[in-house]
Ligand binder design. Structure first.
Ligand SMILES: Nc1nc2c(ncn2[C@@H]2O[C@H](COP(=O)(O)OP(=O)(O)OP(=O)(O)O)[C@@H](O)[C@H]2O)c(=O)[nH]1
Length: 574
């Protein structure tokens, strides 16, 4: 197995397990987050219920105590009742904001509704008792109030002690609730007993003993508070000062003073003694409430910290999920963009190749073997096309060379006879009449024999060069065969034609050819000219020019003759 494959397998496995880790951590963080939020909601609800419970008993105590003391004014009762209604209102409306399908919320709602109903009944009963009409049936009402308080306590107890509601609360918070619950109930009962002591002279001893028992309950609460603060290290020093004050208020001295007050109450206690007692009970209740406030604040803070922590973990895991997703998606995107770039480039290259444009860009982006093979095949096609073009160019050059050699005389490099006739046939009729001239080098066999064929060849080359130099663009000429040459050229008159060709003859006379022996030789030419009126009559012109040439040879060579119907013409100057 290749190293690359092993790295791929390792990376995919790593990403897979990392994904599982993130997924499970995300689920845990989400659970912790929602659980802590639910806990905060439960704590808030329990706090609301506690407020209602406290406010109900306070209102009851005030009304009850107002029966024996003027210390409790009508305004204080109204304020307490108003406070109770407010806390009850928030208690009833609180669960409505939550999800109705939650069974816990449903249970809490029904419990809160029942609590509200009992509280309303208690208020009504207490109000009747303090009214003028109620005083006549106070004993019966008293029983009803006690039963409502009992029911209210049961409901509160159910909520505070039911694990569905309270298992998430911290030890400190739930204990503060329980101590406060005990404290409120005991103080309420004590108020009831004191009022009874004052108002029901027939059963005072029995009432007194009940009250003494209740003082014992207060004494046990002190021991309980001492235990709570000594076993709860998270309780801050500021809070401890407040709890210590509560513990002081529940000290043995206070309890003894309280017991002495009750003994005094057997013999008609004074109004101020009653008021002192009531002020003491209010102080106890105030400190107990503060204890709850502190533990509630601490509980809330702890839960909020937990919510922040789980939220941070949740966001952290979400960020990691995004990172993982990017880690997976990015290579796919890069690969896809490479494929797109490859497809675009390949498409362009194929279109270019199909149009015969070989300037295609070689592809350097490819990543997979299959696509690389396609790129290579396209590149090979390009190379084949380049080679094919080169071969075609070579072939054309060869054709051109062959074509050239078919109408150029290889020795003298001027037109051959075939090309000469071909060119003549292209001359337009309006350029006629022209002259046709045949030239033959004199004694050429002798020159060959004496100096060799090479020298003869040099003579032919030199003469061809002179032909090209002397004749203008308007003349067509060629090597007619062997040592013979032919010219077709314009001429105003036979005289002018004679002069022009004679000039060629004189220039030839001046030519010098080097021999193998080290010397130089010259040679001459004989020429015959005839008129030509059109290409159709060229054979006649050839025949007549040949006759004129023959005449020149016969007349002594190195001369120019013009064919005339009435005889051959020589150059006048000669
Ligand atoms: N060196 C060389 N000689 C050639 C070539 N073509 C023809 N000849 C020679 O040219 C000579 C022509 O000789 P003749 O036709 O007898 O005429 P002449 O010797 O020129 O005599 P006159 O025409 O009467 O002046 C022959 O000996 C040919 O071999 C060639 O390409 N090179």
């Amino acid at each position: 197995m290749k190293l690359k494959t092993l790295i791929y397998i390792f990376t995919v496995t790593l990403v897979f397990f990392f994904g599982i880790f993130i997924f499970s951590s995300l689920a845990t963080a989400r659970d912790a987050f929602s659980r802590n939020q639910l806990n905060l909601q439960k704590v808030n609800q329990l706090y609301e219920l506690t407020q209602t419970f406290q406010a109900s008993l306070l209102s009851h105590r005030l009304k009850k105590f107002s029966l024996i003391s003027d210390y409790i004014t009508r305004d204080r009762i109204s304020n307490a009742e108003e406070n109770l209604r407010r806390s009850m209102q928030s208690l009833i409306s609180a669960p409505e904001e939550e999800d109705n399908d939650d069974p816990m919320t449903e249970k809490a709602r029904s419990l809160f509704d029942k609590t509200a109903m009992v509280v309303y009944q208690l208020i009504r009963n207490d109000n009747l008792e303090i009214s003028a009409a109620g005083r006549d049936i106070h004993s019966q009402l008293n029983i009803n109030s006690a039963s409502y308080i009992n029911e209210l306590n049961n409901l509160y107890f159910m909520y505070a002690y039911d694990t569905t509601f309270s298992d998430t609360h911290s030890y400190l918070f739930i204990e503060s609730i329980r101590v406060n619950n005990r404290m409120d109930l005991t103080l309420t009962e004590l108020v009831d007993q004191i009022v009874d002591l004052k108002r029901n002279a027939s059963d005072r001893k029995h009432t007194y003993l009940k009250a003494i028992e209740l003082i014992g309950v207060l004494d046990s609460l002190r021991a309980r508070l001492v235990f709570i603060i000594s076993t709860e290290p998270s309780y801050s020093s500021v809070d401890i000062t407040r709890v210590r004050r509560l513990i002081d208020m529940l000290s043995k001295e206070h309890m003894l003073k309280f017991a002495a007050f009750l003994t005094d109450s057997l013999d008609e206690p004074t109004e101020s003694e009653l008021d002192n007692y009531y002020a003491y009970s209010l102080q106890l209740r105030q400190l107990s409430s503060e204890f709850i406030e502190d533990s509630f604040a601490q509980e809330k803070q702890n839960l909020k910290q937990k919510i922040y922590a789980s939220q941070a973990q949740l966001y952290g895991m979400i960020s990691l999920s995004w990172l993982l997703a990017l880690f997976i998606i990015m290579p796919v995107l890069i690969f896809a963009s490479k494929i797109t770039a490859w497809l675009t480039l390949t498409n362009k290259n194929i279109i270019k190749l199909s149009r015969g444009d070989l300037s295609i860009q070689p592809d350097a982006t490819m990543v997979t073997g299959e696509l690389l093979a396609i790129s290579n095949a396209i590149n090979q096609l390009r190379l084949d096309q380049i080679e094919k073009r080169q071969l075609e160019a070579d072939k054309q050059t060869l054709i051109d060379e062959l074509l050239n050699s078919s109408f150029i005389d290889p020795l003298t490099n001027i037109y051959n006879r075939r090309k000469f006739f071909n060119e003549c046939s292209q001359i337009p009729l309006q350029r006629y009449p022209l002259v046709f001239c045949l030239i033959d080098i004199d004694n050429f066999k002798q020159l060959n024999d004496r100096y060799g064929h090479d020298v003869g060849d040099q003579a032919l080359i030199a003469f061809s060069h002179t032909l090209t130099t002397v004749l203008g663009e308007d003349a067509v000429y060629c090597r007619y065969g062997g040592e013979e040459f032919a010219i077709v050229a314009p001429s105003a008159s036979s005289q002018e034609a004679l002069q022009r060709i004679d000039h060629l003859r004189t220039q030839t006379e001046l030519l010098r050819i080097g021999t193998s022996r080290g010397g130089e030789i010259g040679f001459t030419i004989s020429c015959g000219i005839a008129n030509i009126i059109s290409y159709a009559t060229i054979n006649l012109a050839i025949k007549q020019a040949d006759e004129a040439l023959y005449f020149s040879k016969k007349s002594g060579k190195n001369r120019v003759s013009f064919y005339q119907n009435d005889g051959f013409v020589f150059l006048q100057t000669r």
